[in-house]
Design a binder for this molecule. Structure first.
Ligand SMILES: O=C(O)C/C=C\CC(=O)C(=O)O
Ligand SMILES: [Mg+2]
Length: 427
């Protein structure tokens, strides 16, 4: 089963040069200090030769790139040691709509069905200056070199594995140039590089291209989906759902520990209702949305605010860290919850009630979120949507016991430990 496909934005010099002026102004203020990670979820995954259906009325762009494939579990790896954790490389096409902003996750631009075909893997010794060539209908349209990247595969593995344990089979896409190549229905696009199997896909405007890729369920999460929480963070409530994606490494269970990184100002809890999809959903209207819900569970969507940068905010380094998404394994069937928009959410820290809200106050309801996401991507059974947290955040410290609960759905307990305590337990 294919594992996680991570990708990094703004890793090609042409991108940071193009955006440099904007990155010194609001809302960015400074160029990114750490890699700008995002995820290509399983609905985007395709293979060599698959036909890919293009969205109507919006221009899709090709993004030929190099993918590094992990060969074994990698946690807090030094760049100098990364080579021994690499299984090989493959070519990928990181398809996207136009990238007009890096301020919030570009789910609608990057996570559409079929937007990440990948070729077969091969072993390569040196990818430091590999030419990645894109042909459209047999004509070379682009060639760029991996020597033009800010961070190479080893540096990216070190940066990502510092907060997210990588598994064998996990993939990192190394980046794409600023200039992207338009792709239209009827086109055939080939990505080539010396020593690697070629990747060719054709593109269609047919909406009935059925491919059910394998891969682990997608965990979506909502930012600022409660107006009072947005206010406490000095934001206005969003006008469109602020959706980000979490990778499986971050999920832990009931009565497990969550690691508070050292030397932090502020790490807070977030009690959230989680919706579990029960049936393949594409272009579902909100009136029928609950037909596609298997049930509900609870998560604690911890946030390390110190690591927030204004790029695909909140970035994976904030929201997809190992152990920082406790999730209740028990799913309460949909039928047991007559009105999911009328449930109390609570957090207790060391027995004291510190957060209390109601799903009545969601900015975007469960039904709306299913309609919104399924309009541009296929949701599959097992996919989950963490629907946001109300106001009432507070910092948590090692030793704290944190309990989050959703009325009628469940209760989730976990204890905060320091990095030192966690490492000692790993020995
Ligand atoms: O970018 C931010 O500061 C907020 C992002 C996520 C908040 C969140 O997880 C929630 O509102 O729940
Ligand atoms: Mg949250």
């Amino acid at each position: 089963m294919k594992k996680s496909v991570f990708a990094v934005a703004l890793n090609h010099r042409s991108q940071t040069e193009h955006w440099n002026e904007a990155f010194h102004q609001s809302p960015y203020k400074t160029p990114p200090k750490t890699p700008v990670w995002f995820i290509k979820p399983r609905n985007t995954h395709r293979k060599m030769g698959d036909v890919i259906s293009l969205p109507e009325q919006q221009q899709t762009f090709s993004g030929g790139t190099l993918a590094v494939v992990m060969g074994k579990v990698a946690r807090k790896i030094r760049a100098a040691d990364a080579e021994q954790y690499i299984a090989g490389y493959a070519l990928a096409n990181e398809l996207s709509l136009a990238e007009e902003s890096f301020y919030r996750p570009a789910i609608k631009a990057k996570c559409r069905d079929g937007f990440c075909p990948m070729g077969e893997m091969a072993g390569l010794k040196d990818v430091s200056a590999l030419d990645i060539v894109t042909e459209v209908n047999g004509v070379v349209k682009q060639s760029w070199s991996t020597s033009e990247l800010h961070r190479n595969a080893a540096e990216l593995i070190a940066a990502l594995s510092d907060f997210a344990t990588l598994q064998a089979g996990d993939v990192i896409l190394l980046g794409t140039p600023q200039q992207r190549i338009p792709v239209n229905a009827g086109d055939s696009v080939t990505i080539k590089a010396q020593g690697l199997p070629t990747l060719t896909n054709s593109f269609s405007d047919e909406t009935n291209v059925k491919t059910q890729p394998d891969g682990h369920p997608t965990l979506f999460a909502l930012g600022l989906n409660y107006a009072d929480h947005a206010t406490e963070l000095d934001f206005n409530a969003p006008e469109e759902p602020l959706v980000f994606i979490k990778a499986p490494n971050t999920v832990t269970g009931d009565n497990c520990v969550s690691v508070r990184p050292d030397n932090l100002e502020y790490m807070h809890y977030e009690a959230e209702l989680v919706v579990v999809i029960g049936k393949t959903a594409r272009n579902v209207k909100r009136a029928e949305a609950f037909d596609y819900v298997a049930g509900y569970t609870v998560c604690n969507d911890y946030a390390v605010r110190d690591y927030l940068e204004n790029y695909y905010r909140p970035n994976l380094r904030v929201k997809s860290r190992d152990t920082l998404t406790p999730l209740l394994a028990k799913i309460t069937p949909r039928e047991a919850i007559p009105d999911v928009q009328n449930l109390q959410l609570k957090t207790f820290v060391n027995g004291e009630l510190t957060q209390s809200g109601s799903t009545r106050d969601m900015v975007f309801s469960v039904a709306f979120l299913i309609e919104y996401l399924s309009e541009f991507m296929t949701l599959q059974p097992g996919d989950m949507i963490a629907t946001g947290t109300p106001k009432g955040l507070a910092d948590v410290k090692p030793g704290d016991e944190v309990v989050v609960e959703v009325e009628g759905v469940g209760r989730l307990t976990n204890r905060i430990v320091s990095e030192k305590q966690f490492e000692e337990n790993l020995k």
